[in-house]
Design a protein around this ligand. Structure first.
Ligand code: NAD
Length: 492
């Protein structure tokens, strides 16, 4: 089995614990590589290296233009190695090669976009209301950033944090998910090839309690940028609050995908399928609540079934496969439990509703694409994040009804509206409580479009032109150009 190393201060190093743990292939169910079991000592070494790179040496002294050039070179190296990195991700998380390869070929754009922004971070001169001063602002890196990432799209979700952080001049320590650490460790090797000074990018792998906790609590970490479940996000935010650290939280979702009777129903059916069965439902933006207007409900469900019944489970590396395995055994159990909960709540499984066990499923953790009808919005299956290929279909009568149901949930990551009425598209997009609203499409993301959650789906925004600000702090500088000291006991 392949044995990986931690990446600290530009070196591949063994963990202080002297132990490694196995990572499994979700399709074969077999271990395929050994991941270093990091601990607080490794975290300390990585954070000290990141802090050193931040405060002295070549990274600290580099011009922003030079930083941007390094980022563009990194983008080129990711392009060069996209297939290799995508293959590693498939082996570790079981998502389709087509999906991961698409992501890996797209990730360089984050480093080009934010690399171009590195030397466009400008302060301002301030037209003060006081005479005799010249004042201006400087935007400085916020400090060492801890990036904590989930298992579903390891490198894409890391790029959303890393590219703006590097553009801002920060240095980074990453703790990837214990289930999918391999691609982040392989990615780390590209940093020194691109010419980044040691310590700018560090990776410590391991478990939440052994690596995540000491990383969050480390006094030299200034900001924690987290993507994961809202339960872990709350825990981290509580600690970070006590320690007065900056945070950004990208958390879960229970997104409504709303189909009106005037929609292009064929397109809407594809949108509903891609919203829930792509990535085996393991995406934060899964359109797991399908709200369908009563007048078209039965016909639309039939149409949906027509497409969904043909969804092929199988080897995620095969170009024919449309639904891969679930990434982790605990997640697999959780999805099956939610299917049981939905049945007990009185919902009807009109498709799937069980494990995938055919020969095409290998020894993998497969769940059949599942559609529940007869769901009402108060049911747990309509309110809680399943993170699997399980769709809840909910009927509504009119627009106001759809809006009320859509917003009646504690999450607010994304929402979609399918309609041919432009007025309705505007009304709905204004009133839906979600960080992203799609009209007549689903699951579109870009480095240019801000992304993040309303309500319990998170704090802060990733992507878009303002994301660099999330990694900067502002300093106001006052220069006395002739103000005369007055009464020292009165504010100037
Ligand atoms: P998770 O919360 O279990 O784990 C996320 C990361 O946090 C992992 O690296 C984990 O090891 C680490 N961690 C766990 N306990 C910790 C602790 N006490 N201190 C510090 N770190 C700790 O989430 P997951 O199961 O890996 O990912 C699935 C979740 O992520 C879903 O809820 C999904 O919606 C969410 N997600 C959100 C987005 C988004 O952009 N909003 C994107 C993808 C996934």
């Amino acid at each position: 089995m392949k044995r990986y190393s931690l990446h600290i201060a530009g070196e591949a190093v063994a963990p202080h614990s002297g132990s490694w743990f196995a990572t499994q292939n979700p399709y074969t169910g077999e271990p395929w590589a050994e991941i270093p079991r990091g601990n607080a000592q490794d975290v300390d070494a990585a954070v000290v290296a990141a802090h050193h790179a931040l405060t002295s040496g070549p990274w600290a002294e580099m011009t922003p233009t030079q930083r941007g050039a390094l980022m563009r070179r990194l983008g080129d190296l990711i392009s060069r190695d996209a297939t290799k990195l995508a293959t590693t991700e498939v082996r570790d998380n079981g998502k389709l090669f087509a999906e991961m390869n698409g992501q890996l070929n797209y990730i360089p754009q984050w480093f080009y976009y934010y690399g171009g922004m590195a030397d466009k971070v400008q302060g301002a001169t301030l037209p003060l209301d006081k005479k005799g001063y010249f004042a201006f602002t400087r935007h400085e890196p916020v400090g060492v950033v801890a990036c904590i990432t989930p298992w579903n799209s390891p490198l894409l979700l890391l790029a959303w944090k890393l590219a703006p952080a590097l553009a801002a001049g920060c240095t980074v320590v990453v703790k990837p998910s214990e289930f999918t650490s391999a691609s982040t460790l392989e990615f780390a090797e590209l940093f020194e090839q691109a010419g980044f000074p040691p310590g700018v990018f560090n990776v410590v792998t391991g478990f939440g309690s052994e690596v995540g906790t000491p990383l969050v609590e480390h006094p030299l970490v200034s900001k924690i940028s987290f993507t994961g479940s809202d339960a872990t996000g709350r825990l981290i935010n509580e600690k970070a609050g006590k320690l007065l650290k900056h945070t950004a939280m990208e958390l879960g979702g229970k997104s409504p995908n709303i189909v009106f009777e005037d929609a292009d129903l064929e397109q809407a059916a594809f949108g509903a399928i891609s919203g829930i069965f792509a990535a085996t439902g393991q995406t934060c933006i899964a359109g797991s609540r399908l709200l369908v207007q009563e007048s078209i409900h039965d016909a639309f469900v039939e149409r949906l079934l027509g497409v969904a019944r043909t969804a092929r489970m199988g080897d995620p590396m095969s170009a024919d496969t449309q639904v891969g395995p679930v990434t982790t055994p605990p997640q697999y159990q959780k999805i099956l439990e939610y299917i049981e909960i939905a049945r007990n709540e009185g919902a009807t499984a009109v498709l799937g509703g069980d494990k995938g066990t055919g020969p095409e499923c290998g020894n993998g953790w497969f769940v059949q694409p599942t559609i529940f009808t007869g769901v009402t919005n108060g049911m747990r299956i309509a309110q809680e994040e399943v993170f699997g290929p399980v769709l809840s279909v909910i009927k509504f009568k009119e627009e106001a009804d759809a809006l009320a149901i859509a917003n009646d949930v504690r999450f607010g990551l994304a929402a979609a509206v399918w309609t041919s009425d432009i007025g309705r598209a505007f009304r709905m997009s204004e009133r839906l409580q979600a960080g992203t609203v799609w009209v007549n499409t689903y699951r579109a993301v870009s480095f240019m479009a801000p992304f993040g959650g309303y309500k319990d789906s998170g704090l802060g925004r990733e992507n878009g032109i303002d994301a660099v600000r999330e990694y900067l702090q502002t300093k106001a500088v006052w220069i006395n150009s002739g103000a005369v000291a007055g009464n020292p006991f009165v504010m100037r």
